[in-house]
Design a binder for this molecule. Structure first.
Ligand SMILES: Cc1cc2nc3c(=O)[nH]c(=O)nc-3n(C[C@H](O)[C@H](O)[C@H](O)COP(=O)(O)OP(=O)(O)OC[C@H]3O[C@@H](n4cnc5c(N)ncnc54)[C@H](O)[C@@H]3O)c2cc1C
Length: 369
């Protein structure tokens, strides 16, 4: 009989996990607390290793068709004048070194695949209790129904309810003192990759399609601000005041039709096993990072790929978890430590040092997972 998994959380990690487990013949129930099951926010940078993980998952062609793959990157002055271009080599043949996609588009691609591979999806539902008797986990859901599983995967993000059921309040997100602005804007036709503008605080633009790019800007945020929607455009305009050229054009054109988003940046790492009994955490529930390496979602997809591989190799769940942790913990720690180091350098305005940390940190991600 097929082994049964429950995945709690249908975001990037949970959907990837459903696809990976269905590929090895597990039967999968996936639940998400959001009755509309949608993704908000603007763009997502896809590192080369994230694209590699999508290939391993069997969804790279769709991502390529609906996102944007970069072949060249550029640095520009505050006035938007291109100071230098650099080729972005492929990670390996057929896998670009960098890309971008709209979050809602990635969500649609993954959710269509999740349904196409016969995952049982239930929305507007969460898990209330998990009772693990060693041979199975009995889950009670928020709607009063129950189910019994060989494996439960908590992919319910930074404020994970599954993590609380496993570890209580032992692991809580830590605010970094920074926040991140994102904006979706039309893309100039000749822009073929990421452009970073500025020698001090830098604003980045990464294409997500042939027609659009998203902008990202990290800023100090001593108060962990919640910026009301009506104030977002005005605030962002002020932050972009020192920029000229095409950045100034975007600043002046921005109106309520532009998708603007602000998020305080938090980190979390369970620096030990992400599992207890038959329950495992993946994605931001176990390791949430700032976006400085553009690989937080990549880690979640990789978690799913590695879990699928290890479950395909052994029926012994504890052996699977041990091998999974040996492959995942060091990599997640590297991403979070490097990203928070860059975040701290930005807070201390040590701009020249940022690239000396970023370049080797990103290069290390090319290592096989
Ligand atoms: C500002 C910002 C910019 C970022 N930019 C990038 C980037 O460019 N590239 C990149 O690779 N990463 C980026 N990241 C990181 C990336 O967004 C996350 O690492 C990634 O979304 C984690 O995937 P996940 O599946 O763990 O969580 P999510 O994608 O957040 O999905 C969690 C899902 O769980 C559901 N859920 C929550 N609670 C429950 C519950 N109790 N019961 C059931 N379901 C529940 C939610 O509805 C959601 O669908 C960024 C993060 C931030 C904050």
């Amino acid at each position: 009989m097929a082994r049964r998994a429950l995945i709690v959380g249908g975001g990037i990690g949970g959907m990837s996990c459903a696809i990976a487990l269905r590929r090895i013949g597990w039967s999968v129930d996936l639940i998400d607390i959001d009755p509309t099951w949608r993704a908000l926010g603007a763009g997502l940078t896809l590192s080369g290793p994230t694209l590699r993980a999508f290939k391993q998952l069997g969804v790279l062609d769709e991502v390529k068709a609906h996102g944007f793959l970069s072949s060249v990157g550029a640095i520009a002055s505050e006035d938007g004048v291109i100071l230098g271009k650099m080729p972005i080599p492929e990670l390996e043949p057929g896998i670009a070194g960098l890309g971008g996609i709209l979050r809602p588009v990635l969500h649609r691609l993954l959710s269509e695949r999740v349904r196409a591979v016969d995952t049982v999806v239930r929305l507007g539902v969460s898990v209330a209790t998990l009772n693990d008797d060693g041979s199975a986990v009995k889950a009670t859901f928020s709607d009063g129904t129950t189910g019994e599983y060989d494996l439960v995967v908590g992919a319910d993000s930074l404020n994970s309810g599954v993590r609380k059921l496993l570890f209580g309040s032992a692991y809580e997100p830590r605010f970094t003192g920074q926040g991140c602005w994102r904006l979706l804007a039309p893309k100039p036709a000749d822009q073929r990759g990421m452009v970073m503008c500025g020698t001090g605080p830098r604003v980045g633009f990464n294409p997500v399609s042939e027609t659009h790019m998203y902008m990202f800007l990290t800023v100090p945020d001593p108060e962990r601000r919640i910026v009301p929607e009506g104030e977002q455009i005005g605030r962002l305009r002020g932050l972009l005041a020192g920029f000229g050229g095409f950045v100034a054009d975007i600043r002046e054109r921005m109106d309520n039709s532009y998708l603007v988003n602000y998020r305080p940046l938090e980190v979390l790492l369970i620096d030990g096993p992400w599992h207890k009994g038959r329950v495992l955490l993946i994605g931001d529930a176990a390791h949430a990072t700032t976006p400085h390496l553009g690989h937080g979602a990549g880690l979640a997809v990789e978690d799913a790929v590695v879990l699928g591989e290890e479950l395909g190799r052994s029926d012994d769940l504890q052996e699977v978890f041990d091998r999974f942790m040996a492959r995942r913990l060091g990599r997640a720690r590297h991403v979070i430590q490097t990203s928070t180091q860059i975040s701290q350098l930005e807070l201390e305005q040590r701009w020249a040092e940022v690239m000396t940390v970023h370049a080797p940190g990103a290069a290390k991600l090319a290592e096989a997972i």
